[in-house]
Design a protein around this ligand. Structure first.
Ligand SMILES: [Mg+2]
Length: 169
């Protein structure tokens, strides 16, 4: 496991990019709340060429909308075999699985977390996932957990200053 090798970050959605709540309106449309902290973190990652994307078992238009807004190059919804999708996305980018990080919060994420070069989970993740992760973010899903992970990766790679150039001065 080396943060220096990480070239891609793939993420679960529910409980990671959100607090895990599934909210439905009266017409059955699904709503989710995302964090602006994660939004800026993902924009900073994009600035320095860290490939970011989503692998989620559920399917909802609100996730497609958020992924488009964040200009995420990889969006995989309805992924019931997350490990297969994770390996396929790595192959597509000609990366080894050891060069990809994954952040997930529940049992369905464990196969990917065990395969990823760097395994992370938000503070709210279930105990089995926390036990398997290289890094448990200080913040919870939907409250900046992904931002915590992006900062960790870019700082370890010495790319944080480049990522925030123009913002921090
Ligand atoms: Mg989840």
């Amino acid at each position: 496991m080396s943060l220096h090798d990480i070239r891609m970050l793939l993420m679960d959605v529910d409980g990671v990019l959100t607090n895990g709540q599934l909210i439905f309106d009266a017409d059955g449309r699904e709503l989710k709340a995302f964090s602006a902290y994660d939004g800026l973190g993902l924009a900073l990652a994009r600035r320095v060429g860290l490939i970011c994307g989503i692998i989620t078992a559920r399917t909802s238009s609100v996730v497609a909308h958020r992924a488009a807004e964040l200009k995420l190059p990889e969006l995989h919804q309805g992924a019931h075999d997350k490990l297969a999708v994770f390996e396929e996305v790595c192959r597509k980018h000609q990366l080894k699985t050891s060069e990809a990080a994954f952040i997930g919060d529940d049992w369905t994420d464990l196969p990917v977390l065990r395969r990823a070069g760097f395994a992370a989970c938000p503070a709210n993740a279930v105990a089995e996932v926390r036990a398997c992760a290289h890094f448990v973010t200080p913040r919870s899903g939907g409250h900046g957990a992904v931002r915590d992970l992006i900062e960790l990766i870019l700082k370890a790679q010495g790319r944080w200053e480049e990522a925030v150039r123009g913002y921090s001065t």
